[in-house]
Design a protein around this ligand. Structure first.
Ligand code: AMP
Length: 374
C-alpha cells in the first residue's frame, strides 16, 4: 500500500511536470522567504500558526530563538545550539517597545533587517552543510506591534494599564531596579512568543543572566510546556560581551568598555582563591572599576571616558537576591551594569558610535560555579 502510493506519487510528478511547476511557482510566490534561502518570513500570528501545525502533528521539535535583531555572534551561537537540537529553528526578530523605559533608546535601537537576513541565509547554508545538526533555520518571525498587542499597545510607562506578565520580586531587583518596566516587557513578550510559536525548546543567552532566571521562573510558574536552554556569553577577544548596543560606543569608549568584565573577573579570582565573603569579593571588583575611573578622570576632556557604576552584585543563582556569603555548594552570580557617558569634547572626525554616541548601559556577569558538592 505504502509502496504503491509512493510510486503513484512519483509517477504523477513525472507525468504532470508542467502542472507541478505551476503549483511550485504559485507556492513560491505565496510564501515570502529570505533572499537566496528557503527561510520563511512569517509576519503575522496567523501565518505562524499555519506554519506550525503540521510540525506539531509530525512530532517535529521546534526551537525558538527570541531576538531584537541587529544579529551578532551571540545570537548566532544560540541559533547553532537550536539547530543541533531542533528539527525547525524559528528566530523571532521584534524590537519590543514594552521592555524599553520611556527615556530609553527605543527610537535609536539598531534595526538592521537586510543584514540580519544575509546573516541568517549564510548561517542556514552552514547549518545545512554540517551533518551534526537536527535541523536548520526554518522561519523568521517578524511581527509588528499591532500583531503583538491586539488590544492596542499599553504604553511604556510604569503605571500603564494592559495585559502584562509580572514576576516579583525578581523583576524588581538589579536590572529591574534601574529599569522598572524591563522584565514586565520581557516576560510579556516572551509569553506571547511562546504561545504563538509553541516551541518545544527556547534559547536564551547567559549574557542576560537575570533574564534567564525570569524566563525559567515564568516557564515553571505558568506551567509552560517548553524547555529553557541557556547558551554561553560570546565575547570579543578582549572580554567585552557582544551586544547589539555596542555599536553606540565609538572608538574612545570601546577601549574602556571592558572595565566591567575586568572588575567581575577580579571578583571571580577572589572566589576561586577561597574567599566566600561578599565584602571581599565585591571589593576586588569595585577597586578595578574605581581605579580605572580615577585614571580616566586624570586625562584631559578630549581623551577621557566617563562612566557610572550602576551596580555590582553578588547574588543567589536561583532568586538573584543578594548574598552576604557564597555557599560553596551552590555558587553565585556576579553581575554588574555600567553606564558609559557620552564623550566630552569630541574631536573632529572622531568616531562617536551609532546615533551620535548616546549614554550606553553595558551589562555583564560571571557564574561562580559551586566549589564543592555536599
Ligand atoms: P537581544 O537581541 O539583545 O534581545 O538578545 C537576544 C538573545 O541573545 C538573548 O537571549 C540574549 O541573552 C542573547 N545574547 C545577546 N548577546 C549575547 C552574547 N554576547 N552572548 C550570548 N548570548 C547573547
Amino acid at each position: 500500500m505504502l509502496a504503491f502510493s509512493i510510486r503513484g506519487f512519483a509517477g504523477s510528478r513525472t507525468l504532470n511536470r508542467p502542472f507541478n511547476r505551476t503549483i511550485a511557482s504559485a507556492c513560491h510566490k505565496a510564501f515570502e522567504t529570505i533572499p537566496s534561502s528557503p527561510i520563511r518570513v512569517l509576519r503575522s500570528v496567523e501565518s505562524v500558526r499555519r506554519w506550525r501545525k503540521p510540525h506539531y502533528l509530525d512530532h517535529r521539535i521546534v526551537g525558538l530563538v527570541p531576538t531584537m535583531g541587529a544579529l551578532h555572534e551571540g545570537h548566532i551561537s544560540l541559533i547553532r545550539s537550536a539547530a543541533r537540537e531542533s528539527h525547525h529553528v524559528v528566530v523571532s526578530i521584534y524590537v519590543n517597545p514594552a521592555q524599553f523605559g520611556i527615556k530609553e533608546d527605543l527610537a535609536s535601537y539598531p534595526v538592521t533587517w537586510e543584514s540580519d537576513c544575509k546573516i541568517l541565509a549564510q548561517l542556514d547554508r552552514e547549518l545545512a552543510d554540517d551533518g551534526g545538526n537536527l535541523g536548520r533555520i526554518s522561519a523568521v518571525f517578524a511581527p509588528t506591534t499591532p500583531d503583538m498587542y491586539p488590544s492596542g499597545f499599553p504604553g511604556q510607562e510604569v503605571d500603564s494599564k494592559g495585559s502584562f506578565v509580572v514576576l516579583t520580586p525578581i523583576s524588581e531587583l538589579l536590572e529591574g531596579g534601574t529599569r522598572p518596566t524591563f522584565f514586565r516587557g520581557v516576560a510579556t513578550v516572551c509569553m506571547k512568543l511562546f504561545n504563538i510559536v509553541q516551541p518545544e525548546k527556547v534559547y536564551f543567552g547567559q549574557k542576560d543572566v537575570q533574564q534567564t532566571v525570569v524566563i525559567r521562573k515564568m516557564v515553571r510558574d505558568f506551567m509552560l510546556p517548553t524547555e529553557v536552554v541557556v547558551g554561553p556569553t560570546i565575547r570579543e577577544s578582549d572580554g567585552l560581551a557582544l551586544s547589539s548596543r555596542n555599536v553606540y560606543l565609538g572608538e574612545r569608549r570601546r577601549k574602556v568598555a571592558t572595565v566591567l568584565n575586568h572588575a567581575l573577573r577580579a571578583a571571580e579570582s577572589q572566589y576561586l582563591n577561597g574567599s566566600l565573603d561578599r565584602g571581599a569579593i565585591l571589593k576586588a571588583a569595585s577597586s578595578v572599576a574605581t581605579d580605572l575611573l580615577n585614571k580616566q578622570s586624570a586625562l584631559s576632556p578630549e581623551k577621557r571616558v566617563r562612566y557610572e557604576i550602576d551596580y555590582i552584585s553578588l547574588a543567589d543563582p536561583l532568586s538573584m537576591e543578594e548574598l552576604s556569603e557564597v555557599n560553596p555548594t551552590e555558587g553565585g552570580i556576579l553581575s554588574g551594569a555600567v553606564k558609559m557617558l557620552p564623550v566630552e569634547s569630541p574631536q573632529p572626525g572622531e568616531d562617536l558610535g551609532h546615533s551620535g554616541g548616546p549614554a550606553v548601559r553595558l551589562i555583564d556577569n560571571i557564574v561562580l560555579k559551586p566549589l564543592a558538592k555536599v
